[in-house]
Design a protein around this ligand. Structure first.
Ligand code: S3P
Length: 173
């Protein structure tokens, strides 16, 4: 293995782009610890993300999300997978962009639409939205995802291929 950066890798991208699947694969290949931020928040609340949104509201979820990412972004050699809305917060963007390597998993809306049925039940942000509204949300998120260090288009690619492409693109120390 080449002498790659020891910075944390942070995966960003729209819900269902594969941040967790690909992040886990990359972590395994690099022998790094993988941390799913949503899972960490769920553990703190002892509730699912949907339940947190319902019982405490999105603002409480975002606050924990911000705190957890701020803490972890100071470490090294981790692979972090925050939820697709984490980069909405400027402090999250700044913390990740300044001390980690941010990898954007770019999925087209056409491709994403095929995955939506798998996401509906567990993503409170999508509930009660029409396709048009989901597309508007997708479009409105693009500007914040433009803040990254590495971008991979993932349409029609298998997780293994995406993980290998990412590893090839990692900078040296
Ligand atoms: C969200 C994305 C979800 C989760 C929460 C909110 C968002 O994570 O954090 O439901 O606002 O885009 P995934 O991107 O892993 O689905």
């Amino acid at each position: 293995m080449k002498n790659i950066t020891d910075k944390n890798l942070v995966f960003i991208g729209f819900m269902g782009a594969g941040k967790t699947t690909v992040g886990q694969l990359v972590a395994k290949k690099l022998n790094r610890e993988f941390i799913d931020i949503d899972e960490g928040i769920e553990k703190e609340f002892h509730l699912s993300v949907s339940q947190i949104f319902k019982e405490y509201g999105e603002a409480a979820f975002r606050e924990r999300e911000k705190r957890l990412i701020a803490e972890l972004s100071k470490q090294k050699n981790l692979v972090l997978s925050p939820g697709g809305g984490a980069f909405l917060q400027e402090e999250v963007r700044n913390a990740c962009l300044s001390s980690c390597l941010v990898i954007y998993l770019d999925i087209s809306f056409a491709n994403w639409k095929d995955r939506v049925s798998l996401l509906m039940d567990t993503r409170p942000i999508l509930q009660n939205k029409t396709f048009k509204e989901m597309e508007e949300l997708y479009n409105s998120r693009q500007a914040m995802y433009a803040n990254h260090h590495i971008k991979i288009n993932i349409d029609d690619k298998a997780p293994e291929e995406i993980a290998n492409l990412i590893i090839e693109k990692l900078p040296l120390k």
